[in-house]
Design a protein around this ligand. Structure first.
Ligand code: RRO
Length: 307
């Protein structure tokens, strides 16, 4: 019997679930995720107050993926906190992306005490907030901030990272993360500030930020795999890596796990295909494992060969 079970923050769950972003904002969407084959229910990143987000159009599908500049539309942390008691069949992970470090501290202080919140994924990498840099590109600020929040941590904490492209940056971020009681890192958020244009209309395709936005889908898989691989090697073994980026088939999930991911998240493909993607990708991954003679995720996790 092939099993997709993995262990994250001490909990057993199926290793394929949603990325924070698509179809995880409203009550109905969260219930739909609970009913689906997603291994967990992860919320849209939340702020203190509900937000409408950036002006539309703010998401655009391409053949190879997507560009978005949603601007953090969400129903506010109180709503996601209240949903914790309603999602009872799966691990419930709340993504947090306060507008300031103090906002994040307040939200985390609150969630620390909420039964039914299995873990928190702190988003340090939203690329779409006008005038706000991605915190995880500022190593000192990230270090100072983790120092503050880890003092009173009562829930398993994960950090959603942006893509890094430089060996020194991988090492610097890993050295910081290794100092804190972090349960997991998620690699990667969308590649920030890409530009998709339509040459026929000679126009950008999304409205906010003059058309600039986060890139997801096929093109970001090599970058995502590199980040998963690097952080799997550099982080303490008690910090799990969750892979996210360019996963639309069982083979893509297999590749992320081979690079060291303990679980994988589906973003762009969830936008495009809807929640049926979890069952399809899970079945595809199981078939691959069967053909290769692997029964468990741990049989091939991180076992990428170097030549
Ligand atoms: O809402 C967004 O614009 C958004 C967020 Br918070 C994020 O973390 N990553 C992304 O691509 N879009």
């Amino acid at each position: 019997m092939i099993s997709l079970e993995t262990k994250l923050f001490g909990i057993k769950l199926d290793c394929i679930f949603n990325a924070s972003g698509p179809l995880c904002t409203s009550e109905e969407e969260l219930y739909n995720l609970e009913k689906s084959f997603s291994g967990a229910v992860l919320t849209k990143s939340c702020t203190i107050d509900p937000r409408k987000g950036n002006p539309e159009p703010r998401y655009f599908d391409t053949e190879w993926g997507s560009i978005n500049s949603m601007g953090l539309p969400n129903l506010g942390y109180q709503f996601y906190s209240e949903m914790a008691s309603k999602i009872s069949n799966k691990p419930y992970i709340v993504s947090v992306s306060g507008m300031t470090p103090d906002d994040n501290i307040s939200i985390l202080e609150h969630l620390n005490c909420v039964d039914g919140v299995s873990a928190i994924e702190l988003n340090l990498s939203c690329p779409n907030l006008i005038g706000k840099p991605q915190m995880a590109y500022d190593f000192k600020e990230t270090d100072d901030f983790l120092y503050r929040i880890c003092k009173d941590l009562r829930k398993p904490l994960g950090v959603k990272l942006p893509p890094y492209f430089d060996s020194v940056h991988f090492q610097k971020m890993a050295d910081i993360l290794n100092n804190y009681p972090i349960s997991f890192v998620t690699c990667i958020n969308s590649i920030g500030n890409g530009l998709v244009i339509d040459p026929h209309s000679e126009s950008v395709v999304i409205k906010p930020k003059s058309g600039f936005g986060g890139i997801g889908g096929d093109f970001i898989k090599p970058t995502a795999l590199a980040n998963v691989r690097m952080f799997s090697k550099l982080l303490n073994c008690d910090i799990s890596v969750i892979g996210c980026g360019g996963i639309k088939s069982g083979w893509d999930a297999f590749e992320h796990i081979l690079c060291g991911a303990s679980a994988v998240q589906i973003g762009t493909q969830l936008w495009k295909e809807g929640i049926g993607c979890f069952e399809r990708i899970s079945n595809e991954l199981k078939l691959i494992m069967e053909e290769k003679g692997y029964q468990f995720v741990k049989d091939f996790r991180g076992k990428l060969k170097e030549i």
